[in-house]
Each structure stands twice: as structure tokens, then as C-alpha cells.
Design a protein around this ligand. Structure first.
Ligand SMILES: Nc1nc2c(ncn2[C@@H]2O[C@H](COP(=O)(O)OP(=O)(O)O)[C@@H](O)[C@H]2O)c(=O)[nH]1
Ligand SMILES: [Mg+2]
Length: 407
């Protein structure tokens, strides 16, 4: 049982560059055989977080990733990404494609709201002259939309309870968590949202409609955090709009990107024209001949994007979502803690993305239920130290689990 895989949902109106960004995120620059996800829906793909591989720190010449890849010491670890099409104003009330949209949203652990930072798409998704549309207004509207959806869901659950006059539950935690599990909402989310809205000690029947709404908004922020991908930074008016977006939503919540540039670089790299590692601040031309037009396009990307913003922003966007917002760390389970291998001799075959705070025993359960049940102790492969079941895993830990009976 691998760790529960987080799902990133891309949302945004038409023409902001969602499909292009999705293609850029889910295209691998090198051929890779497999990903660990058995079922992938049509609008779902595999993207990768990038992290300095622990094999470098350990002084090993290479590693053998079973999933994802390692390029020049950079480990690319798979995550799931979903293109949530059909976001239109009124979606929370089931308008247009609204219901399908909400269905997709249920499964997402984090939402990336793609906006056209160049201001060349109006609220209905029609192309307009760059600098005309206001991405700040658009981003505000979307957050309201998602909040409204949460309010209506919580209100329904609350009314259900109150109308049945079942007032005997003391605290609403379990009731709420049970009724919200279909939205990928965990008990811990409910507890945190109750605390944030100051409702931990208030019986559900005593909640006012105001309490309901406050809780709904707090829960939305925790269970479906939204970050903004300020797209099309290659178009000039984007520069000022990025600044404005960061001012309104916080610098950490707005990542400037160019999905198109990332897609072009990945394609050029895949075809052998350039050497480019996703997330890098620059690329190198290879010996393969480029046409003048190709040269011009690549030069434009370098001038307008890479030298101005430091990267296309796409890898940074995914890394930010996974490491900073979802707060996941990377741990490497191994079977041989001297050689850092599995029993076939593969070096550091697995990189698990786990929530910060995960313990050694919880990791054992993620690897295999039997391993969790028969857990004796673990070994920190970097130090050789024996660690107990309550040991809280650190980022980049290499861990061997020792169980009662080896199968
Ligand atoms: N200048 C620029 N145009 C982009 C970028 N990303 C996408 N586009 C263009 O925006 C238009 C809409 O893109 P698309 O991905 O179909 O948007 P969607 O409707 O949101 O899925 C297309 O003409 C794209 O080529 C970008 O980073 N920069
Ligand atoms: Mg599209």
C-alpha cells in the first residue's frame, strides 16, 4: 500500500491556458516506463515534483527509481494532476458544466487556479487585448465561488441534522467528518476548521447560519487550499498583474508561470534540440540544428521569461503546492540499510511523499499492512541508529523497517 497520492486540481475559465499548462506539467522530458497509479481518468495525468535526490547526499553515483526518474541528481517523484474543465460563474449552483466540475473538485487535495495574468481573456473566456481584463477580479470571484459551494454543502449537512432533531451529539466532529469524507475531507481538517472558527465547543444545534458559513470558509481553506498560477508571463502586461495579484493574495499564493514556454522547452528537450531539466533557470543548445524560427522562439523564452523570472515557473508551482502547501516530505524506504537498496539491489528505488509528522510505524503501514502489523523497530540508514515506532520522519530520511517475521 503506497502512501495516499495527493491530487492537484487545475481550475480556471476557458482560454487562460489550462490545457497547455496541464500538457506541460504532465509531459516528461525523458521516456519513463511506469507510474504507481493504476487508474487514471481521461482528464488526469502524472506530474512530478523535483527534489535533490538523497543519492547525492549519500555520495552514491546513481539511483534506480522504480517510478519517476532521476536526472543529474534531481529526483522527479510522481503526483497526480487533474484538468478540471468547465469552470464558469455560477458553477456552485450547478449551472452549465457545474455539476461535473464539482464532482471533479471533490477529489482534489489542492486547487491551482490558473489565471491569464496578461489580462487578455475576459470573464467569459473571450480573447481581448492584453492588459484589458483584470486577473485580480477573476481570482476573487473564483474564491467566492468555491467558498459558496462549501457553504451550501455544510448548510445541507447542518440542516439535515437539525431538522431530524437529533440533538444528542455533543460535539459535531465525527458527524461532520463522516458526512464530508466524499469531499476528500479528513477528520483532522474538520478539527482544525472548528478550532479556526471557534466552534469546537458549540453543539451543532446551537450553530447560527453565520457559524455555518464561517466554518465552511475555514474548512475550504484547509481542505481545498487554492494557489494561483499567474499564467502567460511572457506577455508584457503580466508583469504588473503578477505584482498586483501577489499584493492581494499574498506573495506565497501567486506563482508566475508560462505553461506554453515550459511545453516548448520540454518538447525541444525531448526531441534533442536542447538540454533542459524542468525547473532549471536556463537551457543549453545541443548540436542538433535548429531552424531560424525555432532559434527565435527559444531566444524569446530566454529573454522574456527565464532571465526575468528565473524559470518558467511550472516546476516551482508543483513543488510549492506539494512541499509548502500540502506540507509533504520525501522519505526513502530501503531493505538494505548499508547499501540503500531493495532486495534486488536497486538503489533507493522508492521515494515516498508523506505528510510531515508521519511516524516510522505509519510508514511501515504505507509500505505494507503486514509490515505495519509486525513492526519491531526501524533503522535510520544515514546514521545506522535504531529508531522506535513513534519516530517522526524527517525530510530525506532513508529508512529500513525491521519486522517480526520476514516473509
Ligand atoms: N502567450 C502565452 N499564451 C499561452 C500560454 N499558455 C497558453 N497560451 C495560449 O492561450 C490560448 C488558450 O490556451 P488553452 O491551453 O487552450 O487554454 P484553456 O482553454 O484554459 O485550456 C492558446 O492560444 C494558447 O496557445 C502562455 O504561457 N503564454
Ligand atoms: Mg482547455
Amino acid at each position: 500500500m503506497p502512501p495516499p497520492v495527493k491530487l492537484i486540481g487545475l481550475i480556471g475559465k476557458t482560454n487562460v491556458g489550462k490545457s497547455t499548462l496541464f500538457a506541460a506539467i504532465t509531459m516528461a522530458t525523458v521516456e519513463i516506463a511506469n507510474h504507481p497509479f493504476t487508474t487514471i481518468k481521461p482528464n488526469t495525468g502524472v506530474g512530478y515534483v523535483r527534489k535533490k535526490c538523497v543519492h547525492v547526499e549519500l555520495g552514491l553515483p546513481k539511483c534506480d527509481p522504480r517510478t519517476g526518474m532521476c536526472i543529474e541528481g534531481n529526483r522527479f517523484i510522481p503526483i497526480k494532476v487533474m484538468d478540471v474543465a468547465g469552470l464558469i460563474p455560477g458553477a456552485s449552483k450547478g449551472r452549465g458544466l457545474g455539476n461535473k466540475f464539482m464532482d471533479d473538485l471533490r477529489q482534489a487535495d489542492i486547487l491551482i487556479h490558473v489565471v491569464d495574468a496578461s489580462g487578455s481573456t475576459d470573464l467569459e473566456g473571450n480573447p481581448v487585448a492584453p492588459g484589458t481584463a483584470d486577473p485580480v477580479e477573476e481570482a476573487k470571484l473564483i474564491q467566492i465561488e468555491i467558498d459558496e459551494w462549501f457553504k451550501s454543502v455544510i448548510k445541507r449537512i447542518w440542516e439535515n441534522k437539525v431538522s431530524k432533531q437529533v440533538y444528542n451529539i455533543k460535539y459535531p466532529i465525527d458527524y461532520l467528518a463522516r458526512n464530508l469524507s466524499g469531499l476528500s475531507i479528513k477528520k483532522s481538517h474538520v478539527i482544525e476548521a472548528l478550532r479556526k472558527s471557534g466552534l469546537e465547543n458549540k453543539k451543532l444545534k446551537d450553530w447560527s447560519i453565520n457559524d455555518v458559513e464561517e466554518f465552511a470558509v475555514a474548512l475550504r481553506r484547509i481542505a481545498k487550499p487554492i494557489i494561483i498560477a499567474a499564467n502567460k508571463i511572457d506577455v508584457d502586461p503580466a508583469y504588473d498583474n503578477v505584482k498586483r495579484l501577489q499584493k492581494v493574495f499574498g506573495e506565497e499564493n501567486v506563482i508566475p508561470v508560462s505553461g506554453l514556454a515550459e511545453l516548448i522547452l520540454k518538447k525541444a528537450s525531448r526531441s534533442g534540440y536542447i538540454k533542459y531539466i524542468p525547473g532549471d533557470p536556463d537551457f543549453k543548445l545541443s548540436s542538433k540544428r535548429l531552424s531560424d524560427q525555432q532559434k527565435k522562439a527559444l531566444d524569446l523564452i530566454r529573454r522574456k521569461i527565464l532571465s526575468r523570472y528565473g524559470s518558467t515557473g511550472v516546476q516551482q508551482l508543483i513543488n510549492h503546492a506539494v512541499f509548502n502547501v500540502l506540507n509533504l516530505i520525501v522519505v526513502y524506504p530501503v531493505e538494505d540499510h548499508h547499501k540503500y537498496t531493495d532486495h534486488y539491489g536497486n538503489i533507493l528505488p522508492d521515494a515516498y511523499l508523506v505528510p510531515r509528522g508521519t511516524t516510522a510505524k505509519e510508514l511501515a503501514y504505507m509500505i505494507h499492512t503486514d509490515l505495519g502489523k509486525t513492526f519491531l523497530y526501524a533503522i535510520n540508514a544515514k546514521t545506522g541508529e535504531r529508531i522506535g515506532e513513534d519516530y517522526v520522519l524527517k525530510d530525506n530520511d532513508v529508512i529500513k523497517i525491521v519486522a517480526a517475521s520476514a516473509h
